[in-house]
Structure formats: structure tokens, C-alpha cells
Design a protein around this ligand. Structure first.
Ligand code: ATP
Ligand code: MG
Ligand code: FE
Length: 347
């Protein structure tokens, strides 16, 4: 039984996994407390983790029907993420590992996002392409064996993350935070071809898997401003649908280009933006056309959670990886190349 702790952003997550099976999955979010600031406030997030940690652990243990003595290892996100938020989770995880007398494993947050899918669909095929799209990340990865091989970072956003773009544009459109779900809802009756929003970096030759979303935000702001200057109501549904189309188009096109280039038959999409209805639909459509299997975990495993960290911990334990020392620290900008285990074992 591996207990996983996640606290890199605004979710306090604790999950329990055994032999690839999900036994407990509890998440407390401080999202509401950040809403009026239009984004996550690090100090508020850290304090919220401090308040939520013990109750969330207790609830996860109850869900799994075990006590602390039933835990064989503790896994925790050591980075990347907000420094203060990570520290609360790591301090809590160390205490649990020390009290239970079990090993502690530091886990890379993005490896957690990748592993989330194994809890729903079983072991990942080697290799697979993983698209992580959330409020903090837009990354395209080539994943081999998650615990043995370094993850190949194919591309990243050069500015805003896709979720950040949804959140910022929603704000411009006067929609509530978090913006992604609000845009998704607003887009339902809109025409995705109504506004010709740009497809940033689509033809980029030297960095074919780089993403950029800040230009899209600027284009959306200009479009909204033009309507306001003319004293017209914002055709919100059309704007939202067109924005969503532009984001989904770029994300799925690049993900499938990566599958083609590396001869990969499986695409995994994780992160909060994987919940977007148009991203899902277009990914399904384009994967089917290319003969690529699409794996998208359920939404509660897509967004930040402790179960995904427990899933990595479970893989690490079963692979015989060396645990971290109890003086291990956080690494807010942990490099992905060292894959699941963090910090990387000495060569
Ligand atoms: P991290 O990058 O560390 O995972 P995060 O907490 O911002 O941080 P998630 O919790 O995975 O990431 O996802 C939240 C993001 O997903 C927000 O930006 C939100 O707007 C976006 N999102 C959620 N649902 C939808 C949706 N239906 N359509 C588009 N975006 C969505
Ligand atoms: Mg979040
Ligand atoms: Fe995340």
C-alpha cells in the first residue's frame, strides 16, 4: 500500500494505491479562496494545505480501510510547483513516513500526471506520447518506461499554458474563474468558425512541438475590445467556441504529429484541459483517423491529485528504486528528464 501526497498547487491530494489498484482518492481544493484574485495566491495555497493535510490523510486511510500501520511506503510531489505549497506536503509526508517507519519517495509532478492514466486503463504501452495540458503546463512528452527511462521532453509552451489561456480569456470575456469550464459551457451554442483566431506556432520548423498561447489571449482581447468600441454585446458563444477550436486544433495537431514522427500508437491526454469537450472530441476524431489509441483518464484523475503520485510510488516500489532520505528537499523547478524518481539517483 503506497500513500501518495500532492500539494504542488491549490489541491491537497492524498491517494492510496496497491499493485496498480486505486484504493483511496481524496482531494481538497482551495480554488474558491483564489477565485476573487483571478489566480492561485501562493500564500493562501500553502496555508490551505496546512489546514487540509491531516483531515485528507485521515479520510484517505478510512477510504482504503487501513490505518497508518497499513501503509508500506509514502510518495510525495517534490516539484515542480509552488515552493510554500510543496513544503507543506513534503513536511507532512516526511512525518507520515517517519511515524510509520516506511520509505519515502520523491516524485516528479508531471510523472504523476502521466501515471494517473494507469489507474484507469492499466500499464502504459512503451512508448507513448503524453500531452499534459493544465493551468500550469502544456507539455508534449515521449514516455518509455516511466520509472526506468528518462522522459523525452518534446515540447512545451513558450509562454502561457493552455489552461492559463482559457482562464485569462474567460476573465476578458467577463466569465468566472476557473475559466476553462466557463468557456466550455459558453461555447456550447457557438460557431467555432465565427472568429478566425490564430493557430500560434503551428508551422514552427525548428521547434515543431513548442506551443504558444499568449498571442491567442491578445487576439481574444482585441476581438472583445472591437465589439465593445462599437457598443455591441459580445457574441460570447461564438468567441468561446472559436477560441476553444483554436486551442484544440493546435494541441491535437502537434500531439498527432509527434505520434507520427516517433511511430507511436498511443496518445495519452491528461491535465485539467483534457476535460474540454472540444479538445476531447478533436483528439478522438484525429486519433481515429490516424489509427492511434487515445487514452484520457476520468476528470478526477486528470486534475491534480494524490492518487497519481501514489501510482508513481507504487511503480517505484515494485521496480526496487531506492527511496529518498528524510532530509530530502523540494525542487520547485524540478527537471523532467530525471523522470519519476526525484531527486534522481546518483549515477
Ligand atoms: P498544474 O499545471 O500544476 O496541474 P492546475 O491546478 O492549474 O496546475 P489542473 O488542476 O490540472 O491544473 O487544471 C486546471 C486547469 O484546467 C484550469 O486552467 C482550468 O481552466 C482548466 N480546465 C478545467 N476544465 C476545463 C474545460 N472544460 N475546458 C478547458 N479548460 C478546463
Ligand atoms: Mg488545480
Ligand atoms: Fe498538475
Amino acid at each position: 500500500m503506497v500513500l501518495g501526497v500532492e500539494s504542488s498547487c491549490d489541491e491537497t491530494g492524498v491517494g492510496i494505491v496497491s499493485g496498480g489498484r486505486l484504493l483511496a482518492h481524496v482531494v481538497a481544493s482551495s480554488m474558491d479562496e483564489h477565485a476573487r484574485f483571478g489566480g492561485v495566491v501562493p500564500e493562501i495555497a500553502a496555508r490551505a494545505h496546512l489546514q487540509a493535510f491531516t483531515p485528507v490523510v485521515r479520510e484517505a486511510l478510512a477510504q482504503a480501510g487501513i490505518g497508518l500501520r497499513g501503509v508500506d511506503a509514502v510518495a510525495v510531489t517534490t516539484g515542480p510547483g509552488l515552493s510554500g505549497a510543496l513544503q507543506v506536503g513534503l513536511a507532512g509526508a516526511k512525518s507520515l513516513a517517519y511515524a510509520a517507519g516506511v520509505p519515502l519517495y520523491g516524485v516528479h509532478h508531471l510523472a504523476g500526471h502521466v501515471a494517473a492514466d494507469t489507474l484507469e486503463h492499466g500499464p502504459l504501452p512503451d512508448p507513448c506520447v503524453v500531452l499534459i495540458v493544465s493551468g500550469g503546463h502544456t507539455s508534449l512528452l515521449l514516455v518509455r518506461d516511466l520509472v526506468r527511462d528518462p522522459i523525452l521532453h518534446l515540447g512545451d509552451t513558450v509562454d502561457d499554458a493552455a489552461g492559463e489561456c482559457f482562464d485569462k480569456v474567460a476573465r476578458i470575456f467577463g466569465l468566472p474563474y476557473p475559466g476553462g469550464p466557463a468557456i466550455d459551457r459558453a461555447a456550447r451554442d457557438g460557431d467555432p468558425r465565427a472568429v478566425a483566431f490564430p493557430r500560434p506556432l503551428l508551422g514552427s520548423k525548428d521547434d515543431p512541438y513548442a506551443f504558444s498561447f499568449s498571442g491567442l489571449k491578445t487576439a481574444a482581447a482585441r476581438w472583445a475590445e472591437q465589439h465593445r468600441l462599437r457598443g455591441e454585446d459580445l457574441p460570447l458563444a461564438d468567441g468561446a467556441a472559436s477560441l476553444q477550436e483554436a486551442v484544440a486544433d493546435v494541441l491535437t495537431r502537434k500531439a498527432l504529429a509527434a505520434c507520427r514522427q516517433y511511430g507511436v500508437r498511443t496518445l495519452v491526454v491528461v491535465g485539467g484541459v483534457a476535460a474540454n469537450s472540444r479538445v476531447r472530441a478533436l483528439a478522438e476524431e484525429r486519433c481515429a483517423a490516424a489509427g492511434v489509441e487515445l487514452r484520457v483518464p476520468p476528470l478526477t484523475l486528470c486534475t491534480d491529485n494524490g492518487a497519481m503520485i501514489a501510482a508513481v510510488g507504487d511503480l517505484l516500489v515494485r521496480s526496487g528504486a531506492a527511496p529518498a532520505k528524510l532530509d530530502v528537499s523540494i525542487d520547485p523547478s524540478a527537471p523532467l528528464e530525471y523522470a519519476a524518481l526525484h531527486p534522481a539517483p546518483a549515477p
